[in-house]
Design a protein around this ligand. Structure first.
Ligand SMILES: [Mn+2]
Length: 249
């Protein structure tokens, strides 16, 4: 482990993606995510694309989502995905998202932007998606991040293994992941929890929260998120974690 990692403070992150909010009723998943974030006392929530299902969601869904995130009162970084890409029609471009205070940060720069949360000792990089196409490369242009902080990259797109044809929109290449100089790559777009780590770079898809990888005592399927603990002694550790169950129908 590099010597400089010892300077870092502990950090706990909840990573989700592909919530695909459609109706006010579907916001129960975001509420379960918020409850899980509080239960786990995380410092930071990452929403890695497709918070909203389409540009056609009603304003009351956007309002409920913002209310849920604001009430959660935990630092949150939101990356647009292909269902809510920044093409002028995204629910993320609603006026309400421009006035959310300092707790919620929406990545809007299509060439990529750094979000430094100095109080948490973490720097996050992400590129806002403008158009989901083979020419959009979610990891293109990532700069070297300040090594004094934990370094996290966010990317929404399709993982391409070595040797696989690169004919998908928003490709994220295994070779690109291997070349990253970050502690964690938070991925979205694939709806199942998946480890695509390369060497020292931990890289995971959190999966959509409603995919039901867990089953409760009654045999009912339960949604999930990824929770990552960043420890100066152990580095990042990734946990596949069930959501709270109390808001299920
Ligand atoms: Mn997607």
């Amino acid at each position: 482990m590099p010597r400089d990692i010892k300077r870092k403070a502990k950090l706990k992150v909840l990573h989700t993606s592909d919530v695909h909010l459609t109706t006010v009723d579907s916001c129960k998943y975001l509420e379960m995510i918020a409850d899980t974030a509080k239960r786990e006392s995380v410092d930071l929530v990452l929403i890695v694309g497709d918070l909203f299902d389409s540009s056609r969601v009603e304003p009351d869904v956007v309002e409920r989502a913002i209310q849920t995130l604001t009430t959660m009162d935990i630092k949150t970084v939101i990356l647009p995905g292909n269902h809510d890409q920044m093409d002028g029609t995204s629910p993320l471009e609603a006026a309400a998202f421009k006035d959310m205070g300092s707790t919620i940060h929406l990545v809007t720069e299509v060439e990529g932007e750094l979000v430094r949360l100095a109080d948490l000792g973490v720097t996050i990089w992400g590129r806002a998606m403008e158009e989901h196409s083979p020419t959009f490369q979610p990891l293109r242009g990532i700069p070297s991040l300040d090594d004094g902080d934990w370094r996290i990259a966010m990317a929404h797109g399709f993982h391409v293994s070595r040797g696989e044809m690169i004919d998908r929109s928003s490709p994220i290449l295994a070779e690109e992941i291997a070349a990253l100089d970050v502690d964690y790559l938070a991925l979205g777009h694939v709806h199942v929890f998946r480890d695509v780590s390369e060497g020292n770079v931990k890289a995971y898809y959190s999966g959509a929260p409603d995919e039901g990888d867990f089953v409760d005592k009654l045999g009912v399927s339960v949604g999930h998120v990824a929770v990552i603990t960043f420890d100066p002694d152990f580095g990042p550790e990734i946990f596949h974690m069930p959501l709270l169950e109390d808001k299920r129908e």
